[in-house]
Design a protein around this ligand. Structure first.
Ligand SMILES: [Zn+2]
Ligand SMILES: [Zn+2]
Length: 468
């Protein structure tokens, strides 16, 4: 899921401000059947159109003749302002500025007032839709809280190319292309409605995509990320939401999960994420941990680093101390966290990639008497390189390989009757239970091997994750 989100995000991130990459660039315009029909050859039809005005020679704007020519082509007031090459010195709107240029040109040649063109060939009357687009943007955002916004635009390739050719032929030198002009027009109009909002080119709170063809506006509320460390105090709490095995977590659940859709009623994801999701009026959460522990393993010490991603939040500012308190209250005896701080997508990647050493406390039972020098044998495992063939219990989802992992240190060996307990620090990715019971010889060496007795693990706690 994360990768998917990331891809989507990347394409949006490059979409703004007439950027180089257009996320909708790969769309192929749908050709209507009508257009595919053969055009009936009819000589009369062509009489009016040949030669086209666009083929005529005229000097580029701001020459008066050039201006009169683009007016004959149907140029709208906005485009007259942007391609006419006349300075807008007293800061009137581009529409008013264009109207002045037109009025002046018409006074020189009244015949141009009666152009037969029905729409502006430089923008296909796009600028007339700017206010309408702003209304749609505001409606699309609704009552969502945000302080930064990024805009992306889709304008059909044909229009871009056609405008480019016309502007280069008849427009003033240095006139802005359609896409950046359109973006500037929308953004200026938007700024009037949203004074306190900052327009940004990356990492916005809200991403807006405008399709100029359909005037469709799509708002994408970017997620909020929080970093923290969790301690897991109970043994029946999976890290992430675990769908019911019978109904696969379908909406409304089933009899065996009591309608929850969940195999386990609690998860670290929901114990941490739900209070945040509710406070932010958000849709859902994703939970990214720095590794994970088995469901029956507790995680103590300073806890395990995580980033919780809160999707489609309507609110982006909350009192984090209050939320931490609430999480700890609702999660009592199951999980707890010390603090939360704002995070971001790149920290998710960092957390996922970090290979932290971990310390564990493990307790196991020996079959029969504990052999005599067990303590020394166990302490001597410090520094040893284990060879661990993929354990049987995970073989269905992991490829069968032999991994080498080092035991960094061993301490606090405790022997009580036929039970042994010790603390061990090892490399990231060590299968600790297998290091004790040997997984039928798949892990070597192992505690069972060095003490020469069968061992079965009673419990395992993570006591420290050695990260930052
Ligand atoms: Zn125009
Ligand atoms: Zn179910």
């Amino acid at each position: 899921m994360v990768e998917e989100d990331q891809d989507e995000w990347m394409s949006y991130a490059t979409a703004g401000y007439g950027g180089a990459v257009d996320p909708w660039d790969d769309l192929v315009p749908v050709e209507s059947d009508e257009e595919e029909d053969e055009i009936v050859e009819d000589e009369d039809m062509y009489d009016d159109e040949v030669p086209s005005l666009r083929d005529l020679d005229a000097p580029p704007c701001p020459a008066p003749k050039g201006i009169r020519h683009v007016i004959r082509l149907g140029c709208c007031n906005y485009c007259l302002s942007r391609i006419g090459g006349r300075l807008n010195t007293d800061g009137v709107s581009p529409f008013d500025h264009g109207a002045r240029i037109r009025a002046e040109a018409v006074s020189q040649d009244p015949s141009i007032a009666e152009t037969e063109e029905t729409y502006c060939p430089f923008c296909e009357d796009l600028f007339e839709d700017v206010d309408n687009i702003v209304i749609r943007i505001l409606r699309e955002i609704g009552d969502v809280e945000f302080s930064t916004i990024q805009m992306g635009y889709h304008i059909s390739k044909e229009l871009i190319e056609e405008e480019d050719a016309l502007r280069k032929k008849f427009g003033a030198r240095g006139a802005q292309p359609l896409k950046s002009s359109f973006a500037a027009a929308v953004e200026a109009a938007l700024k009037e409605k949203l004074e306190d909002i900052e327009l940004v080119k990356e990492l916005p709170d809200v991403m807006i995509l405008v399709d100029s063809l359909t005037l469709r506006v799509k708002a994408e509320i970017r997620p909020v990320f929080y970093y923290g460390r969790y301690r897991k105090l109970a043994k029946d709490v999976p890290q992430t939401r675990w769908p019911c095995r019978s109904c696969k977590g379908r909406e409304g659940g089933c009899e065996s999960c009591g309608g929850t859709g969940l195999q386990y009623p609690n998860s670290v994801q929901d114990l941490v994420g739900e209070p945040i999701r509710k406070a932010l009026l958000a849709d859902d959460t994703s939970f990214h941990g720095m590794g994970r522990e088995d469901i029956d393993v507790r995680c103590l010490g300073r806890g395990r680093p995580f980033v919780v991603e809160v999707k489609k939040p309507k609110i982006r500012t909350i009192n984090l101390e209050d939320i931490v308190e609430q999480i700890n209250k609702q999660g009592i005896e199951k999980i707890e966290i010390d603090s939360l701080r704002l995070s971001n997508r790149s920290e998710v990647a960092r957390i996922k990639e970090t290979k932290a050493e971990k310390s564990y406390r493990i307790r196991f039972e020996v079959d029969g008497e504990v052999p005599e020098d067990s303590e020394t044998q166990i302490l001597d495992l410090a520094g040893v390189m284990l060879e661990q063939r993929t354990p049987k219990r995970v073989a269905h989802r992991r490829s069968d390989l032999v991994r080498k992992r080092q035991i960094i240190s061993v301490e606090n060996v405790l022997i009580e009757d036929n039970e042994i307990q010790f603390d061990v620090r090892c490399q990231s990715g060590t299968y600790v239970k297998e290091m004790v019971h040997s997984d039928e010889g798949r892990t070597t060496p192992s505690v069972a091997e060095v003490i020469g007795a069968q061992c079965s693990v009673l419990w395992l706690d993570v006591i420290e994750i050695h990260a930052e």
